[in-house]
Design a protein. Sequence first.
Length: 253
Amino acid sequence: MTVKEPIVLKDLPKDLDSNRLPKHIAVIMDGNGRWAKRRGRPRIMGHQRGVDTLKDLLRCCRDWGISALTAYAFSTENWGRPLEEVDFLMTLFERVLRRELQEMMAENVKIRFVGNLDVLSPSLQSEIFRAMADTENNTGVQFTVATNYGGRQEIVEGCRAIAQQVQQGLLKLEDINESIFEGYLYTKGIPDPDLLIRTSGEMRISNFLLWQLAYAEIYVTPTLWPDFDRHCLHKALLDYQQRERRFGKVGKT
Ligand code: FPP
């Protein structure tokens, strides 16, 4: 067994309170296409740059003591994009996984994919399962990639699985509660995000983590995803630390 280094906080901006950081950040990485278009480049260039942004953010989470990051890489609706863009994205996921696995191991990242993975190409599935298996015992940042993910689909699949258990007499109807139900979601075992960041200004959650985002703070920035760097994350965290999280209860005032 390899001995992993203890987490050492690095370069946390002084105006951030290390005790009030989100434990889990979810990101909707929007604006890649527009970023490329503004530079007169094909949309796929934006996705390529988006990967670099994601890598940097993952490192930033490690440095600042944020234990989980979930990224919306491909929604069930994204199949409706032009075929060449879908093909590019699928090849990009595969290439990134192959290229970055060693580094993820070295940086102690634990990667997990959530979504309906069965319909992905066999070669992509095999890279995904290899990366998940190899990094399973890593204890650093938990990095979740939502691929062919749809929040409604996840809930319907969960309902179907739970109904089957009831039908087979393995679960009693009266025993179903929120915590049992969570065990039937793709994100089983992953704590809910505290903060959702959406880039490029759109005020929507676009079928992302519909159950899990119930009490997340939402931060929307006009910055396009490829430009979302550490300074932008710092700003988002300052904003988050101004919020009073009440979880439906009465506030302090
Ligand atoms: C949305 O921008 C972005 C996507 C649908 C793809 C994001 C995927 C990555 C950055 C790759 C991640 C890779 C791994 C392996 C985790 P958009 O195309 O909708 O931008 P637009 O709104 O400007 O058109």
